[in-house]
Design a protein around this ligand. Sequence first.
Ligand code: PMP
Length: 292
Amino acid sequence: VPFDDRDGWIWLDGQFVAWREAKVHVLTHGLHYASSVFEGERMYGGEIYKLTEHTQRLFNSAEILDFEIPFTVAEIDQACKDTCAKNGLTDAYIRPIAWRGSEMIGVSAQQTKIHVAIAVWDWPSYFKPEERAKGIRMCWAKYKRPSPETEPVHAKAAGLYMICTISKHAAEKAGYTDAMMLDYRGYIAESTGSNVFFVKDGALHTPLPDCFLNGITRQSVIALAKSKGVEVVVRHIKPEELSSFTECFVVGTAAEVTPVAEIGEYAFTPGKLSLELMDDYSKLVRRELVPA
Ligand code: PMP
């Protein structure tokens, strides 16, 4: 079903509007100049996992892009919950987004109105369940994550997803599920929509998030692993080191914990630690496991 032709309600600038009526003008600044920041959250059994952390990140992203969201964090938290309730969902993916409107078009857009919308939908699994079981196949992305001196890399901003969509499309056209992106120095960075972990001798290794999103799921998985007594090494990882890792998985709100079978010339087998963390994370978000 196309995303603009559904039943339900979207929260737009403080009010609910019918899903099909939640539209913007073609001269929206956010569309032309990527003045747009967004979030991705999940509700599990009636509760949004790390809701305030996500809302806070939305506000931080907006501030980095020099715009002020005309609501408080508490108001957006409440609006996320209300939008799920209004749509009758207790398990849902939640997409808040803030962008500059159409009052001005051009690089300067000081007088544009800041809009905020929240849409929610049923999105059980980002990757197909059969792929998750075997581990997804990834190729290398053509583009590299830019330096913090080149882009505001810690904002979850629409503009930073240009290279993600290009890379993901290229991967899919070549028969892969996703692409692994290196950073501007050639270190392993992240996939097009999730962070990455590797396993070696019972320890987890994950790239230092100094030029990409330090995902909320990534932070949860690090805490989960440490609570199980698993060593977590956060460091720069070179692509050629991939031959020394036995397991690999990606993590993110949409992806949750998904094993990886292949990155380019390197193969992995979803193993004990990946499967345990996949299970622990799924229990944690459903409040069946008390965080340490
Ligand atoms: N990296 C990218 C590029 C992403 O889009 C996401 C998803 N927001 C993540 C990492 C993971 O972030 P989180 O765990 O906060 O969803």
